[in-house]
Design a protein around this ligand. Structure first.
Ligand SMILES: Cc1ncc(COP(=O)(O)O)c(C=O)c1O
Length: 421
């Protein structure tokens, strides 16, 4: 029996309707920007495997550092114990995070980093003697699949069946030049009628909403208003973090800094899962007390796993290297050149770019999981390019190490797809 057949026997894949999509492609190897299937056919990973492997697959520097750490200290309980990888990582992260961030809390994935952020915000007010239970979130946002994260995400087929069980959330539209006054009015109205604990957002780019981009200026204004109402602000940088927007963090485009930041995905470069929720001193201080119950009693077994911390530390070193910084600049320029070539194509409705994130919207109506979307995906894969369109949006978020030749192939394949559909 082939691996693909054996897969069907016991495996249940994420975000998959198995009745409609029973087959899963077997990938046997990955290196740099390339994935290889069972027959050795290569595919350019145009989405860095959900934006994790930004320094390239099986990166030698990362794997060596992780291998060395494995021989030294694999794991130890992080309650009551500490270790050098976590300490070094915290020091390195605090140096590059927005300057109000002071404390680092570990968990396992993007969703848990959001749940941690929400719990931190709710307990912050509780510890300060206030009962605030409402969270404000942006429509169309995606923050993950655990209950807290699902509650603050925009409504979709992902979370529809669970909506009766959500925590208390009010959603406002993404603020833009055209709707800002109305959004601000709604925001102020919620702030005046409800006991709001926090405002959560994906800064500047809503990833799962098909790389929808918005202006930092209006977000900045909302953050300022939130601060005036003692509402904590949470930047979910799970997707935008670590260089993808052209700066280390999307929050660097803001003047009003978030109180809490969620990090995961390329934090560990695709080697092992780990997430971080960072916060300001003000947030941390609300948990400091002689009263034991005011502590933050949240803890995952693998918190601050030394191997994952080492991977994250090595990723930060790579991110800061001249080579990666030059690659980021190069990809930004290449995307711009591609954009001027493609934006007037009759099948293109609009395009957008921030840093190395590039998205192109087709002027064809397409369901998020409709037939045409799958046809497009299959066309890309047949041509050796792994791109996963989100509805009628094709986006590129390739590893920073992608070569110009590989990028050209991605661009040409998209152009060919536009001419064939
Ligand atoms: C902005 C954002 N937050 C949270 C998540 C959830 O992360 P994870 O899938 O690691 O739980 C995602 C995943 O795509 C994301 O894009």
């Amino acid at each position: 029996m082939s691996l693909q057949e054996r897969d069907k026997k016991h495996l249940w894949h994420p975000l998959t309707q198995h009745k409609l999509h029973p087959n899963h492609m077997v990938i046997t190897k990955a290196k740099g920007a390339l994935l290889y299937d069972e027959d050795g056919k290569e595919y350019i990973d145009g989405i860095a495997s959900w934006y994790t492997c930004m320094y390239g697959h099986s990166n030698e520097y990362l794997t060596r550092r992780v291998f060395d750490q494995m021989q030294q200290l694999d794991h130890v309980v992080f309650a009551g114990f500490t270790h050098e990888p976590a300490i070094k990582l915290s020091e390195a992260l605090i140096k590059i995070l927005p300057k109000n961030q002071q404390k680092i809390f570990f968990s396992d994935n993007g969703s848990t980093s959001v749940d941690v952020a929400i719990k931190m915000a709710l307990q912050y007010h509780f510890n300060n003697g206030e009962k605030r239970g409402k969270i404000i979130a942006l429509e169309g946002g995606f923050h993950g699949d655990t209950f807290g994260a699902m509650s603050v995400s925009g409504l979709s087929i992902y979370n529809g069946p669970f909506k009766e069980f959500f925590i208390d959330v009010s959603r406002i539209p993404v603020p833009t030049k055209d709707n800002f006054e109305e959004v601000k009015r709604k925001f102020l109205q919620i702030l005046s009628t409800d006991k709001v604990a926090a405002f959560i957002f994906e800064p500047l780019v809503q990833g799962a909403a098909a790389m929808k981009m918005y202006d930092p200026h209006f977000l900045d204004e909302l953050i300022a208003i939130a601060k005036q109402h003692n509402v904590l602000t949470i930047a979910d940088e799970v997707m935008t973090g670590f260089g993808k927007t052209g700066r280390n963090f999307a929050s660097e485009y803001l003047t009003n800094l978030p109180d809490i930041i969620c990090l995961a995905k390329s934090l560990t470069g695709g080697l092992v899962p780990m997430a971080i929720t960072s916060c300001s001193q003000k947030v941390y201080d609300a948990f400091l007390s002689d009263d034991l119950s005011k502590g933050f009693f949240h803890g995952h077994t693998y918190s601050a796993n030394p191997i994952a911390c080492t991977a994250a530390l090595a990723c930060i070193e790579l991110l800061q290297s001249e080579a990666i910084q030059n690659n980021i600049k190069r990809i930004i320029v290449s995307h711009k050149a591609f954009d001027s070539r493609i934006k007037n194509h009759p099948k293109v409705a609009s395009t957008r770019q921030l840093g190395v994130i590039y998205a192109l919207v087709l002027n064809i109506e397409m369901q998020r999981y409709g037939d045409l979307r799958y046809k497009l995906f299959n066309f890309f894969m047949k041509n050796g390019v792994c791109l996963r369109p989100l509805g009628n949006t094709i986006y590129i978020l390739a590893p920073f190490v992608i070569t110009e030749k590989e990028l050209d192939k991605v661009y040409n394949t998209i152009e060919n797809a536009l001419d064939s559909f």
